[in-house]
Ligand binder design. Structure first.
Ligand SMILES: [Zn+2]
Length: 333
């Protein structure tokens, strides 16, 4: 393990360097990390765009390495702001190995899964009360397909396993933000690399993924809450997120996320009180995000469906299907 001094007289720490790569997303730049382990490792690989590519190359240069020095890429999840540059890196460095969750490759490039996924979302959007035009337009996008053309995953990473080339890092499954999200905890140095699971002061979002054909969809917010609790137990001194600053107080960040979720839960309950009866998912977002929902209907819908899952689990709402559309109503209304 290559080490760097923390401060004079305070011992050493495994070297992890943060690189900020440009995106055109509202959340701002995405972070990649270079871990100087047994193998020189890149954690996550930005969004595919020219500025992000330049940022990656300059960032590596600044810390004294070249693209071709990297030996492996470890991915936290399949979202295109974390996997976008993998193909371009492979073109320059064809020998580099790629490690990810067992479902990441399927979500990025398995044609039959992606086709099924479009069907799944079309049905979900219709059941949520979207118009047929909106459902078709949103469900049959090409999605992430442009972002992982030549790459394949060389080895899948499972809960509790050690990351190859980073023997002090353990894989921790952190589903919720996506259905292939994993994080990495260094038991020796108490460093935690957590992707978009925990971001300081910012809600990373609940994104629904299609399940495998024949399976039920996951309830991401329930998973997310239980995985926040799982991470609370980690004695992490430094938490390296997919966006934003390095976190020094992990539990404070976790508490912040939980309190934001509870605020969103209250807002959905208040909206259901206001409609005084049953409402569809789409009607709820139209009311909650009046004047701005049009710009990001699907993002809002995923958030609200996740909250509705939680309200159902807590026995606060009842769900009924009428003419193919789900309607939600408060139990005491
Ligand atoms: Zn993400």
């Amino acid at each position: 393990m290559r080490k760097i001094p923390i401060k004079e007289g305070m011992g050493t720490l495994q070297r992890i360097e943060k690189l900020e790569l440009t995106t055109n997303f509202p959340i701002g730049p995405v972070n990649s990390y270079v871990v100087f382990g047994e193998k020189l490792t890149l954690i996550d690989a930005g969004l595919k765009n020219k500025q992000g590519w330049a940022d990656l190359n300059h960032g590596l240069h600044r810390i004294g390495i070249e693209l071709t020095d990297l030996e492996q890429i470890v991915l936290t999840h399949h979202h295109n702001d974390h996997t976008g540059l993998v193909d371009w890196i492979l073109e320059k460095n064809p020998g580099i190995k790629i490690f990810a969750h067992k479902d990441t490759e399927m979500m990025l490039k398995d044609e039959s899964y992606l086709e099924w996924s479009s069907e799944f979302f079309y049905n979900l959007f219709m059941e949520s009360g979207l118009t047929k035009d909106m459902a078709i337009q949103s469900a049959f996008r090409k999605g992430h397909r442009d972002y992982f053309q030549i790459a394949t995953v060389d080895k899948v990473l499972k809960e509790g396993e050690t990351v190859p080339g980073l023997p002090s890092f353990q894989v921790i499954e952190t589903l919720g933000h996506s259905q292939d999200h994993i994080s990495f905890y260094c038991t020796v140095e108490q460093q935690f690399i957590c992707g978009d699971h925990i971001i300081k002061g910012v809600h990373g979002g609940m994104f629904l993924d299609a399940p495998k054909p024949g399976s039920e969809r996951a309830k991401p917010l329930l998973q997310y809450l239980s995985n926040l609790e799982k991470c609370r137990k980690l004695p992490a001194n430094y938490t390296f997120s997919g966006h934003g600053p390095i976190i020094s107080n992990l539990n404070e960040a976790i508490d912040g996320h939980i309190s934001n979720i509870e605020k969103r839960v209250s807002r959905v309950i208040n909206t259901l009180k206001k409609v005084n009866g049953a409402a569809t998912g789409f009607e709820i977002i139209q009311d909650m995000y009046r004047g701005r929902y049009e710009k990001a209907v699907i993002t809002f819908l995923f958030e609200i469906i996740s909250v509705l899952d939680l309200l159902e689990e807590r026995n606060i709402i009842i769900t009924e299907k009428q003419n193919g559309v789900f309607k939600y109503r408060l139990v005491n209304n």
